[in-house]
Design a protein around this ligand. Structure first.
Ligand SMILES: *Cc1c(COP(=O)(O)O)cnc(C)c1O
Ligand code: SF4
Length: 347
């Protein structure tokens, strides 16, 4: 396998910044689709790019590009980040606010949909812009919990003793500085009913340098149980740096789970999903959810129909130990939990 590391990624290192400075790596991400295609020797795909990526620009860290295959237009990592013209098609039934986030807001940057859990929109930004993301149309910039030192969010959580778990989500909460995260941790420490802190993040995967000593010290210092839910869709996303980052988080006392999205042309076949589960447990991460795609405008080309999704689950269950079978779920607006899809017929 010829990976892109030799060209695309290494040009970032040495001269300008220490390789382990995650902020510098963040800044040096690819944001120009044509430049990415050039680095991957796929210039002929340029004519298939989306005409309008201003609202949801391309963004992909070089550390992630380094795991893509040169010259492979079907690369499962490339497919997750490359804005293709298929995004410009309007698909009936696909919405802008696919999961009812506007409805579930209870305080600045706080979403409460499910019992016992408050989800904080920590920030609107991510280190990578995944083309299938429901976030692509949400105006997060006006509504994040970290604004003004988390005060509104923390007050809301302190007032409601039924909240036992705080979920940091976004955007990607680890895009915030560790200093900013520490402020939240300190504020939550004084709320006895908060027993768990969960962090939904893709950074340990797409920018493993983010898992630095400072972050691990913070995780270790928290007095709640910490659950970190990473997001990997394909085994090829896991290289040695990702493995080391996860090892550090485990050593800091966190439990590690994975959520994936079932994506056509990325992971919608049994061998790929089996390899993903096995690779995850190799690095100490348990599969948690496999999400059916949120029906968000611009992502329809990633959809896998329910019948196929269910039969994939049947195959996985026959091949893997139970703890390596993720739960296939869909988010339905107004439901009190994610909705499980039962296994289906083999086709
Ligand atoms: C998905 C989600 C959660 C977490 O649900 P779990 O089933 O506990 O993983 C919590 N709050 C909101 C608003 C969510 O969308
Ligand atoms: S990292 Fe998560 S929140 Fe950010 S764009 Fe990707 S799927 Fe969406």
């Amino acid at each position: 396998m010829i990976l892109a590391s030799s060209k695309a990624a290494q040009s970032t290192s040495a001269a300008t910044a220490p390789r382990n400075d995650w902020r510098e790596q963040f800044r040096q991400s690819f944001t120009d689709p044509a430049e990415l295609l050039l680095a991957l020797e796929l210039q002929d795909l340029t004519s298939q790019l989306s005409a309008d990526v201003r609202r949801f620009p391309m963004r992909v860290p070089r550390a992630y590009v380094a795991r893509m295959r040169l010259g492979d237009r079907t690369d499962p990592l490339l497919r997750q980040v490359l804005p293709l013209s298929a995004e410009d098609q309007i698909t009936p039934g696909y919405r802008l606010d696919a999961v009812g986030d506007h409805m579930a807001r209870t305080a600045q940057g706080v979403l409460q949909k499910y019992h016992g859990r408050a989800l904080l929109i920590a920030t609107g930004s991510c280190a990578i812009n995944c083309r299938y993301c429901f976030r692509r149309h949400y105006p997060y910039s006006e509504d994040t919990a970290a604004t003004a030192g988390w005060q509104q969010a923390v007050r809301r959580i302190a007032e409601d003793a039924s909240i036992t778990e705080v979920i940091l989500s976004g955007g990607d909460p680890l895009v915030l500085s560790t200093h900013k995260l520490r402020e939240l941790g300190d504020a939550l420490a004084s709320i006895p009913h908060v027993r768990r802190l969960r962090i939904h993040t893709r950074l340990p995967v797409v920018l493993p340098a983010r898992v630095d000593a400072e972050l691990c010290d913070w995780v270790r210092s928290l007095n709640q149980r910490v659950i970190i839910v990473v997001h990997v869709n394909h085994a090829q996303e896991i290289d040695n740096d990702v493995s080391v980052a996860c090892q550090h988080l485990l050593s800091a006392g966190a439990s590690l789970l994975n959520q994936a999205v079932l994506l056509k042309g990325v992971n919608d076949d049994p061998r790929t999903l089996i390899a993903l589960s096995e690779r995850l447990i190799d690095i100490g991460v348990l599969p948690y959810y496999l999400h059916q795609l949120d029906q968000v405008q611009g992502a329809a080309h990633f959809a896998v129909d329910d019948a196929r999704a269910r039969s994939l689950m049947t195959l996985l269950r026959r091949q893997l130990p139970g703890y390596l079978v993720p739960r296939l779920v869909r988010e339905i607006e107004g439901e009190p939990s994610k909705t499980p899809l039962t296994d289906g017929q083999l086709t």
